[in-house]
Write a protein that binds this ligand. Structure first.
Ligand SMILES: Cc1cc2nc3c(=O)[nH]c(=O)nc-3n(C[C@H](O)[C@H](O)[C@H](O)COP(=O)(O)OP(=O)(O)OC[C@H]3O[C@@H](n4cnc5c(N)ncnc54)[C@H](O)[C@@H]3O)c2cc1C
Length: 421
């Protein structure tokens, strides 16, 4: 089949939350953007995750005008309880003692996906669905050529910049010859919603068990999103159980603090690995989000970190004369490396330092929790990390033109819960 050829400023490969948000921001800033997504138009319908968004991430969404659409379906996190199975008590962080209305917000992944789908239609991004990368040509001086394959044939695009936003298994990254550091954790995560007979009152729970971490995140409507990490063979068993068997096992682990738990939706399974790209850019090509760094979900930091990539990259590209210029990409990489290193190191430590079968782990955890509880500055550092309070280029993002509306799109809800976090 003949390939049609077209020029554009930026080609984004991968229409997940990272590629989707970046596409909207760049198009609103006046760049000609094409977004290629391998999946169907609404691939996230079956995504059962509830994303814990740090306060800094909520601010980015708010600055760019999208938070008002997400807010009605967000649940503020008022307290985080960290505990160890078999140990006494828990470390509690609460919003009031941090001087903020909420430590973060939990938003269903499917809701973010739906919001971005509307936003993409409204911004004039050309979206190629069910379309993936076939060939990445060597970079010319001005552009990088790419062949994409989709249901209506091949597309040849010559972009001033190609953005790899195609997740941890990024084919775009591989085609550019960028190597990765990869560690497959011997565990998967089962993710599903439950209802509890006692209200969660905005409390999030993170419990370290001998199998791995177990988190319950508060959701609107009295639901909680469960992220249950365990060795792969235990996940096999749990995935094959009936809802009532699985919930009985969960109840035995978390106790009765939330009353009786009931299944409230399908179960999805996620393999867990650490993937770090050895570099963040190539000639007229840049990595962002999970394509640059895939993390264990223990600290709920992956998307938060990724959206800081988006904020910095959008700021740099919108103020550059040539979005693919090497100095622009080098400045982005320099600005992001420290944050990525820090978050990946802390997350990997939590994922590996407290896991299955290591005899020293309970003691290390007990010591860590004691330290966290007793030493104010350390606790503050943890809370700031968890809330994502690192400086963000809000000034640049605020300068974007107002949010355009898709014709026929539902007007943004006015309830701005969590505003001003
Ligand atoms: C169990 C679990 C819970 C999590 N919870 C949290 C949380 O509470 N808070 C948080 O901050 N983070 C969390 N994360 C991390 C978060 O999911 C990721 O950081 C986020 O998904 C990264 O988004 P992305 O768009 O970079 O990648 P992805 O979400 O992986 O999206 C990549 C997209 O690219 C498309 N694609 C792939 N290959 C191609 C190709 N060749 N051509 C075209 N398209 C392609 C895919 O179809 C997909 O749509 C969690 C992760 C897991 C596994």
């Amino acid at each position: 089949m003949t390939a049609r050829r077209r020029n554009c400023d930026v080609l984004i490969v991968g229409g997940g939350p990272v590629g989707g948000l970046l596409a909207c921001l760049l198009a609103r800033g006046g760049l000609d953007v094409v977004l290629a997504e391998r999946g169907a138009p609404s691939p996230r319908g079956g995504d059962t995750r509830g994303y814990a968004l740090a306060a800094g991430t909520v601010r980015v969404f708010d600055d760019v005008g999208y938070w008002q659409t997400l807010a009605p379906e967000a649940e503020p996190i008022l307290e985080v309880h960290v505990s160890r199975e078999g140990g006494f008590g828990s470390v509690v962080m609460d919003a009031a003692s941090q001087g903020v209305p909420a430590l973060g917000q939990v938003v269903p992944a499917a809701r973010i996906s739906a919001m971005l789908a509307d936003a993409l239609s409204a911004t004039g991004v050309e979206r190629l669905d069910q379309t993936g990368l076939e060939i990445l040509e060597a970079a010319g001086d001005e552009r990088r050529e790419v062949v994409l394959a989709g249901p209506d044939g091949r597309h040849r695009l010559a972009a001033r910049l190609v953005v790899a936003a195609d997740g941890t298994g990024s084919e775009t990254r591989a085609a550019a010859g960028i190597e990765v550091q990869r560690r497959r954790y011997a565990a998967d995560a089962l993710v599903f919603d439950v209802r509890s007979t006692r209200p969660h009152r905005g409390r999030a729970f993170e419990r370290f068990t001998p199998e791995g971490p177990l988190a319950l995140l508060p959701q609107p409507g009295g639901r909680l999103n469960v992220v249950w990490v365990a060795p792969t063979e235990i996940c096999d068993e749990r995935a094959a159980q009936s809802d009532s068997e699985r919930i009985a096992g969960l109840q035995a682990r978390v106790g009765w603090r939330l009353g009786r738990l009931h299944a409230a939706g399908p179960v999805a399974r996620f393999p867990l690995e650490l993937v770090r790209a050895r570099r963040l850019y190539d000639h007229r090509l840049v990595l962002v989000g999970n394509a640059a760094h895939g993390l264990h979900p223990v600290a709920g930091q992956g998307l938060n970190l990724s959206l800081r990539d988006v904020a910095v990259l959008a700021g740099r590209l919108l103020s550059a004369r040539d979005p693919g210029a090497p100095e622009t990409l080098a400045a982005y990489a320099q600005a992001r490396t420290g944050d990525i290193d820090r978050v990946a190191t802390v997350t990997d430590f939590l994922a590996r330092g407290l896991p299955v079968g290591e005899r020293f782990a309970p003691r290390a955890l007990r010591m860590g929790m004691l330290l966290l509880d007793r030493i104010g500055p350390l606790r503050q550092l943890w809370a700031e990390q968890a809330m994502g309070l690192q400086p963000l280029p809000r000034r640049i993002l605020r300068g974007l033109p107002a949010v355009p509306r898709a014709s026929g799109a539902t007007p943004a809800a006015t309830g701005r819960r969590g505003e001003g976090l």
